[in-house]
Design a protein around this ligand. Structure first.
Ligand code: PMP
Length: 409
């Protein structure tokens, strides 16, 4: 039974995009790992900002600019609280998870990674957590090492420990896989890496919107996430970094706001976090992200996690009854993401037929081509859930998969 305490049907009413028909069928939105829909409060925050609060931040001496600065910096404080970081200076606004990882690769990586050094990632990483490290390794003459997984899609922790050595300069690992939903044991992995003095970056893109993430508890050195996957606007995200590391890192980009003084002879950089925020940021996006965090706090991350766990159980059981369906990724600890293939049907055909039934899922390699290779499939179909999805959405997915069977029988 889905928990009564959480009323997904009521919550759905806050999301205007969910209340529409596609090809005459009610929209069943199951592509939340790609991006989430936005609650009215986030949409209103953007409108309000542009209608009556718009001004550039930090430099203005007039009322509107000060208001915008307060709103922007207020969100930094709320993100700090949301992640339980020690200080707001550890919160850097970026464009999203991808930019956060690139920032660390370019700033930390180019400073500390030298020829012969190693970076450790897992085989289930999103391309965003592979390619920036490959670029760095190419430049520095370093090597990317890859943690293998078992057939269920779980990290082989013994193999992970074997990969760590005196050449390892960083471990970068997804908290939750965007393809198979595996919830990785990041706290234990951080502990192992720290035992050898190796810092760890956690790609929290698929974790932060779905479970309580506490950076002090994980003790990770960096963590990134994207606003648009957590009910906020696109084009904004966060890099959390321990202040002692951020202090030692050079700026990622140069420009306005990241300096305290400039002469042609010498430029002095601003303190953290501003040192890493060159140029006018996505002010409206940050304000919208703040509203999304307020929204999540009102519901409660524990409530969300418990509800989605139940939804995952219902979905896994229901899909297990679909003839010819093979689940890809059956880890014991998972977030509400289900990837699957259907015998003799290409995932893109599944996606197209489901779309005609109003069911939006993702089909493809999900920006994780090495993981596809690991499972020996070119692509999968993926349904990814959020707290506004219901058991009825799971039923609609299974009914639509019945249509696929009719077409391909
Ligand atoms: N990491 C993971 C695990 C993801 O799922 C995604 C988005 N699919 C990213 C990184 C990149 O996020 P963005 O495109 O928002 O930067």
């Amino acid at each position: 039974m889905i928990r009564d305490a959480f009323d997904a049907v009521r919550v759905r009413k806050n999301f205007p995009a969910l209340n529409q028909k596609i090809y005459g069928k009610p929209l069943v939105y199951l592509d939340n790992a790609a991006t989430t829909q936005k609650p009215k409060s986030v949409i209103d925050a953007l409108e309000q900002y542009y209608s009556s609060e718009n001004a550039n931040i930090h430099r203005g001496i007039y009322y509107l600019s000060q208001q915008a600065t307060n709103a922007y910096e207020g969100v930094r404080a709320r993100v700090r609280q949301f992640l339980n970081a020690r200080s707001s200076e550890e919160i850097i606004f970026v464009r999203g998870a991808t930019e956060g990882i690139n920032l660390v690769a370019q700033s930390y990586g180019r400073t500390y990674v030298k020829e012969g050094d190693e970076i450790v990632v897992s085989v289930m990483e999103h391309h965003s957590n592979i390619v920036p490290w490959q670029m760095l390794c190419d430049e520095a003459g370093a090597r990317l090492r890859v943690i293998p997984i078992n057939d269920e899609g779980e990290i082989l922790t013994g193999e992970y420990e074997n990969l760590l050595n005196e050449r390892t300069k960083l471990v970068s690992i997804a908290h939750v896989s965007n393809v198979i939903g595996t919830l990785n044991p990041v706290k234990e992995m951080v502990e192992k890496a720290h035992g050898r003095g190796i810092p760890v970056l956690v790609d929290g893109a698929q974790a932060v919107p779905h479970l309580k993430v506490d950076v002090q508890d994980l003790d990770c050195d960096f963590l990134v996430f994207s606003g648009h996957k957590m009910f906020g606007p696109t084009g904004v995200g966060v890099l959390y970094g321990k202040s002692e590391l951020l202090e030692k890192m050079p700026p990622y980009q140069g420009g306005g706001d990241m300096i305290s003084s400039v002469t042609f002879e010498k430029t002095v950089y601003n303190k953290i976090p501003y040192k890493f925020e060159a140029g006018t940021p996505h002010i409206a996006g940050v304000i919208g992200l703040g509203r999304a965090i307020d929204y999540l706090n009102e519901i409660g991350m524990e409530e969300i996690a418990a509800y989605e766990e139940e939804l995952l159980r219902v979905a896994t059981e229901a899909l297990g009854r679909v003839p010819g369906l093979r689940l890809i990724g059956t880890a014991r600890k998972k977030s509400a993401i289900v990837s699957f293939v259907l015998k003799e049907v290409h995932p893109h055909d599944i996606g197209t037929i489901l779309d005609r039934q109003g069911v939006a899922i993702r089909a493809g390699h999900h920006c994780a081509m090495p993981l596809m290779q690991r499972f020996g499939v070119p692509a999968t179909a993926r349904a990814s859930f959020a707290f506004y999805n219901t058991k009825e959405d799971v039923d609609a997915l299974c009914r639509a998969l019945g249509k696929v069977r009719e077409v391909f029988k």
